[in-house]
Design a protein around this ligand. Structure first.
Ligand code: ZN
Length: 229
C-alpha cells in the first residue's frame, strides 16, 4: 500500500497568494502540474522551503497557465475579480491596521484588510451575506412557483458540494453557490427542493427535476466547468 499525504500551502508572489497543494508520495523527484489548481508531488523528506523554491522557479509558466484557466474561476487572484450571481466585481483592497471591513459600491468591492491574507476570509463573509440575501429570496420564489415546500434553509461554506437536504427537509446551501450564474443557482435550488420529495438520486428524482427544468443537463455541464480554486 502506498502512503500519501496531501496538504495545502501558498507562496506570496508580487503581493498575491499563490495557492497550491502538496502531495507527499514515495517518489524520487518533485513534479508539478496544473489542473484546477497548482499541484506539487514531492518525496516525503523534501523540506517546505525546497518546495517553495520549486514553485518560484516555475512561477512565470504557472501564472500563464493559471491565467488561461482563470476564465472559469470564481476568484481571479491575479486580476482581483470575483464573480457573483453572474456579475464580475473588482476587488479594491487596502491594507490598514484596523479590523478587516468591506463594502460594495456598484461593481466594486472595497476591502480594508488587516493583512493581505484576509482577502479570502472577507470574500467568504461577502458570499455568506449575499447567500443570505439572494439565495434565501430565490429559494422562496422557486418554492412557491413550483409548490414544493421545505422546512428550513441555512447557508454554510462547503467545499465538496453545493447543497444538501436532510430527511426532515432542512436544506443547506453552500455560500459558494453565489459564484454561479443565475440559471445555475436556480438549478441547485430546484435540485435540493426536489430532494424534499425524493430523498435520493433515483429515476423518479431526475424525472421530477426535468419536469421543472427541462434543460437541467446542460446546466449541470456548465456547473462542472466551474473551478473552485
Ligand atoms: Zn442531490
Amino acid at each position: 500500500m502506498t502512503k500519501t499525504k496531501t496538504e495545502k500551502s501558498y507562496i506570496i508572489y508580487n503581493g498575491e497568494n499563490i495557492y497550491f497543494t502538496i502531495t507527499y508520495k514515495n517518489v524520487k523527484n518533485m513534479t508539478l502540474r496544473v489542473k484546477d489548481n497548482i499541484q506539487v508531488v514531492a518525496p516525503f523528506y523534501v523540506p517546505k522551503t525546497e518546495i517553495n523554491n520549486f514553485i518560484y522557479r516555475n512561477i512565470d509558466k504557472l501564472l500563464i497557465i493559471l491565467e488561461k484557466k482563470s476564465n472559469n474561476t470564481y476568484f481571479n487572484h491575479q486580476k482581483n475579480i470575483v464573480r457573483m450571481i453572474g456579475e464580475d466585481y473588482n476587488i479594491i483592497a487596502n491594507i490598514s491596521n484596523s479590523k478587516s471591513t468591506w463594502k460594495i459600491v456598484g461593481n466594486n468591492i472595497y476591502m480594508n484588510l488587516k493583512s493581505i491574507d484576509d482577502k479570502e476570509i472577507v470574500l467568504r463573509r461577502i458570499f455568506k451575506k449575499k447567500a443570505e440575501e439572494y439565495l434565501k429570496m430565490r429559494i422562496d420564489e422557486i418554492s412557491s412557483a413550483i409548490s414544493i415546500k421545505y422546512n428550513s434553509v441555512n447557508f454554510k461554506w462547503m467545499t465538496t458540494k453545493w447543497g444538501y437536504c436532510d430527511n426532515k427537509n432542512n436544506i443547506v446551501l453552500s455560500t459558494k453557490t453565489i459564484i454561479l450564474d443565475k440559471n445555475m443557482i436556480d438549478y441547485i435550488i430546484v435540485h435540493e427542493l426536489c430532494h424534499t420529495i425524493e430523498h435520493n438520486h433515483s429515476k423518479k428524482f431526475w424525472l421530477l427535476v426535468s419536469k421543472i427544468m427541462p434543460n437541467y443537463k446542460e446546466i449541470i455541464k456548465k456547473i462542472k466547468l466551474i473551478n473552485l480554486i
